[in-house]
Ligand binder design. Structure first.
Ligand SMILES: [Zn+2]
Length: 382
């Protein structure tokens, strides 16, 4: 997910439209409070004070919500179901009456929309920056709330209040089971080096919780990397790394400090350690390949459509995640169907090294019986 703040509502609309162009996603309004977008919103002493919400991360500053608005992915729930059912019923009736009616293809029915749950949450809030607290403890929140409420009821004009629109954008992985153009490009994007460094720093300074880490990173991207500019779209993995990207860097950082505690300053794993880990890696790879092979075989025996739908989306996310863990600088060891590959070439995204075989050209030999990515893609996108 990505969290952004805007001063005006039309900036959000503009931003969403730009996102749509870049990703071929489409968002439609799902719901809106009456009070949302109110220009003369004023703080109220008796109104609830919040410190965070499901779409607004904690940053120490208390706020009151003026109103909210929600957009959903266009591939969301099919609101045309009723109309389609009616049409189908009429068509069936006609078919019964008229034997010459052309046989229709079974699949041509209601398969267009998938149930995508991706949502953009917008909250228009009034923030009270002068009442910022340092730590998220019950006590400091209670104390600050009391002083703020007292100030609001006695001398409201003395309280500094700023209206801001807080927006939570869904990440690509929140879009379920439908393709996102541009995704192929972004999915494999490496995390920005400055962001990696930031994760290392934060890990060393003791940040362990994923939510906290993400909140810091988001601030870093919006306020430091893109200070005074439009922040990058939430689809850019480079700036909005996935949980597993972050976990990897955290893990490596912790590992490195652990090693350096044992002997000298950290200089990388010892040669013997490296050999041992590469043997283990080979074994693990073989194990994975074995699982994949079995999965492929079993796939052809599956009967329940609903189960296969779920499985397909699970496999797809595994695949996307895997792609992100394949070394990025050695050419892409993944093969795609011709049309997909062409699309990517057009976008100039594939390194020019094309004559080499993707599975044998890497630094290390890949296990022979690994399942082809085409098979996986066919299974997951098919
Ligand atoms: Zn979606």
């Amino acid at each position: 997910m990505a969290y952004l703040e805007f001063k005006f509502e039309d900036e959000i609309t503009k931003y969403i439209r730009e996102q749509e162009l870049a990703t071929s996603l489409k968002f439609v309004t799902l719901g809106k409070d009456k009070s949302f977008g109110q220009n003369d919103a004023q703080p109220l002493a008796r109104k609830k004070l919040s410190w965070e919400s499901k779409s607004i991360p904690f940053n120490g500053v208390p706020f009151q919500v003026v109103g909210t608005k929600t957009y959903e992915c266009h591939q969301g729930k099919d609101r045309q179901t009723k109309a389609k059912e009616k049409y189908a019923a009429e068509r069936d009736k006609k078919e019964l009456e008229d034997h010459a009616f052309v046989k229709r293809r079974k699949l041509a029915q209601n398969t267009k929309k998938v149930d995508c749950k991706a949502i953009i949450n917008i909250a228009q809030v009034i923030r009270f920056p002068d009442f910022k607290i340092e730590e998220s403890t019950v006590r400091s929140k209670k104390e600050a709330s009391q002083t703020l409420k007292a100030a609001l009821s006695e001398t409201p004009s003395s309280v500094k209040a700023e209206v801001v629109y807080c927006v939570r954008f869904p990440s690509l992985s929140e879009h379920s089971s439908h393709a996102v153009v541009g995704e192929a490009a972004y999915v494999r994007e490496a995390v920005d080096a400055r962001l990696r460094e930031k994760i290392e720093q934060l890990t060393l300074s003791g940040v362990r919780k994923m939510t906290e880490m993400k909140c810091h990173l988001n601030t870093f991207v919006v306020e430091e990397l893109f200070h005074g500019e439009q922040p990058p779209p939430p689809t850019r993995r480079r700036y909005y790394p996935t949980d597993s990207d972050i976990r990897n860097v955290m893990f490596k950082t912790k590992q490195a400090t652990r090693d350096s505690n044992i002997d000298r300053p950290y200089e990388g794993p010892s040669v013997r350690g490296k050999k041992r880990s590469s043997r283990k890696l080979l074994r693990l790879r073989r194990q994975c390949a074995g699982y994949l092979k079995e999965i492929t075989e079993l796939t052809y025996h599956l009967q329940e459509e609903q189960y296969v739908t779920g499985l397909s989306s699970q496999l797809r996310s595994v695949l996307l995640d895997m792609k992100a863990h394949v070394p990025q600088d050695k050419g892409l060891p993944l093969t795609f169907s011709p049309s997909k590959r062409k699309a990517e070439m057009d976008m100039d995204l594939i390194p020019t090294k094309s004559a080499s075989h993707p599975f044998t050209d890497g630094v290390e030999q890949y296990t022979e019986d690994i399942v082809s990515v085409d098979t996986l893609l066919a299974l997951s996108l098919g």
